[in-house]
Write a protein that binds this ligand. Structure first.
Ligand code: DUT
Ligand code: MG
Length: 149
């Protein structure tokens, strides 16, 4: 594990009284995030759920918003845009875009853990436009081209 980076976090007025994101165990990769609102997610529904905080991530890093496996497996509730990307220059409220792929309505209470945050280094690229690309054995094959299973 590399040394932790420091991320500034600002509690927003509607986040007062809620726990900030926290690692549940010493070896956890993600900090659990709780909902800052009560809502009911109908089957097939999706919502940007408030967390009650904003962050300033150091340049060169992002924070990924990932689903919790328990919610996904037991209830079909997951992050629709997984992994969500929090940019280092974003200063708005962090939101968790939840979707209910299950067949029952899923109630969420303020304070429920709904996702986890994983900081990650960002690798940027420059694009070099060329007239043609080198040849490979795969070529344009993809999307199952190497077999059906
Ligand atoms: O799960 C997420 C994903 C994004 N965001 C916020 C932070 C992020 O920096 C910003 C933009 O996200 P993204 O680039 O994924 O969305 P976009 O549709 O490209 O919007 P934009 O045009 O604002 O970049 O929205 C969240 O709060 N939660
Ligand atoms: Mg964007």
């Amino acid at each position: 594990m590399s040394a932790p980076i420091s991320i500034q976090i600002q509690r927003l007025p509607h986040g007062e009284g809620l726990p900030l994101p926290v690692y549940a165990t010493t070896g956890a990769a993600g900090m659990d995030v709780v909902a800052a609102e009560d809502l009911i997610l109908p089957p097939g529904g999706r919502r940007a759920v408030a967390t009650g905080f904003a962050m300033a991530i150091p340049e060169g890093y992002e924070v990924q918003v990932r689903p919790r496996s328990g919610l996904a497996l037991k209830h079909g509730v997951t992050c629709l845009n997984t992994p969500g990307t929090i940019d280092s220059d974003y200063r708005g409220e962090v939101k968790v875009i939840l979707a209910n792929l299950g067949d029952a309505s899923f109630p969420i209470a303020r304070g429920d853990r709904i996702a986890q945050l994983v900081p990650a280094p960002v690798q940027r690229a420059t694009l070099a436009e060329v007239a043609s690309l080198d040849e490979t054995a795969r070529g344009a094959g993809g999307f199952g081209s190497t077999g059906t299973r």
